[in-house]
Design a protein around this ligand. Structure first.
Ligand SMILES: [Fe+2]
Length: 444
């Protein structure tokens, strides 16, 4: 057993000890509230994300002005916020071994990793503060954001109270927001099927269907805030969604901007659609997979919406998808309207071009954003422009929370702690504040 796994085993042992020890005081697993396990966040206002001065252009895809896809005047089409890997965690648990658990974990071999279990306590204590500070910062953006997307790992250990804490803060966003299933959202510690863990602990672990269902409104649907028609953070757009928990899938699509046709031979302007993937694997392991059903669905969706730029969203980047990565990459490269894959998982800013070798100028950008629990604890703003000359641009920059008062102090304490850790997800300058050119597709 390696040191990480031993640490996990020790830690899970403590969960058992603490829960059994506190059982008579209400820490019985299924019945506890988020408040008893997550520290209540502080108060404070916030200012807008700080726009950096040095945003430089990248044209790795070799996009070039073209008359056949030119629309005339430049125009901003959309502006959205991106958060990832928030990792709200139960900060009160750590402890000693459990032989049955050790045997079970040994059964996984060396294929799984549990990075983050040795994270400083202060980052876990102020995780909800950091999220609240970030939500307030996003609310202060001007003009207001069209929406926010969180690319998975809302929670850390993978329990219901963590998700309750996450949702209570995210639902304070004043714009619509969309959710993505990360490996920590449906697997214990991002790796282990929850049913296995519930034999060894008294915690209420989330499985994938429970995670998705928690995003559906509990009261009257008509009373809930909608996001481009969605009332369940996108999950009600799932292809098999009929409201029955067992049928809702984690992948879905939505239209953010409708296309514009001027008619009479005038310019057309593309719409924008988002295709959200489910890459986490309920059977276990942190790496991703994309099944054939989902790839078929994605292909059909993109092909039946040729007048839309396509942004694909997932938790895992292509490099962290173990099964189906090549098929996914080839599918995205085969469709010129795909301009980006927006994702997280690595807790690092990284922007990488995927070029289509057969068609110069074509390809897409993979855009990864850091975590809110590890350094640099940043979110990202993305704006999509039609440059009017047959090229488009994704203008993006990263930012830290801008909260004041005790809320800002707590979030800064977490940031300072993360800054002192070895892990640094800042990436290079080209991974942060850049304008990414792409070729506008020719609309039919
Ligand atoms: Fe994560």
């Amino acid at each position: 057993m390696d040191s990480k796994k031993r640490q996990l085993m020790t830690w899970l042992g403590l969960i058992v000890v603490v829960c059994f020890g506190l059982g008579s005081f209400g820490c019985g697993g299924k019945g506890f509230s988020a408040g008893s396990l997550l520290q209540a966040p502080a108060q404070g206002g916030a200012t807008a994300p700080a726009v950096p001065s040095g945003i430089f252009m990248r044209n790795d895809l070799d996009a070039r002005p073209r008359m056949d896809s030119a629309t005339g005047a430049p125009r901003r089409l959309l502006q959205f916020g991106h958060l990832s890997d928030v990792h709200i965690t139960l900060e009160q648990f750590t402890f000693t071994g459990h032989p049955k658990l050790e045997m079970m974990l040994d059964g996984f071999g060396e294929q799984i990793g549990f990075g983050g279990l040795d994270r400083p306590e202060i980052q876990e204590r102020y995780d909800v503060d950091t999220l609240r500070a970030m939500v307030k910062t996003l609310n202060a953006a001007r003009p207001p954001l069209d929406f926010v997307v969180n690319t998975g790992d809302a929670v850390d250990i993978g329990t219901v109270p963590e998700l309750v804490g996450f949702l209570s803060e995210m639902n304070q966003l004043e714009c619509p927001w969309f959710q993505v299933v990360g490996n920590h959202d449906c697997l214990g510690m991002g790796n282990i099927p929850p049913a296995m863990l519930e034999n060894f602990t008294d915690l209420d672990f989330l499985n994938k269907q429970e995670f998705i269902q928690k995003h559906f409104p509990v009261k009257d649907l008509s009373q809930s805030r909608t996001a481009f028609g969605s009332q369940a953070k996108g999950f009600d757009f799932s292809p098999a969604s009929s409201g029955r928990p067992s049928e809702v899938r984690g992948y879905y699509a939505f239209t953010a901007v409708p296309p514009i046709s001027v008619g009479g031979g005038g310019p057309n302007r593309p719409g924008i659609r988002f295709y959200v993937l489910e890459t986490s694997r309920p059977a276990g392991k942190a790496l991703g997979h994309v099944g054939k059903d989902q790839l078929r669905w994605l292909k059909k969706e993109i092909e039946t919406h040729p007048r839309y730029l396509a942004l694909v969203v997932s938790h895992h980047p292509i490099e962290r998808i173990e099964e189906g990565a090549e098929e996914l990459r080839n599918l995205l490269l085969a469709h010129p309207q795909v301009i980006a894959l927006v994702c997280g998982h690595d807790h690092s800013h990284r922007i990488r071009p995927f070029s289509n070798a057969q068609q110069p100028g074509r390809g897409f950008w993979q855009i990864q954003t850091s975590s809110l629990i590890d350094y640099p604890q940043q979110g990202r703003i993305l704006e999509i422009y039609d440059r009017g000359n047959g090229t488009g641009a994704i203008r993006t920059f990263v930012f830290n929370q801008q909260a004041g008062g005790q809320l800002g102090k707590n979030a800064r304490a977490s940031f300072q702690s993360a800054a002192g850790e070895e892990f640094d997800g800042s990436g290079s300058a080209g991974d942060r504040n850049v304008e990414l050119l792409f070729q506008m597709p020719v609309l039919q």
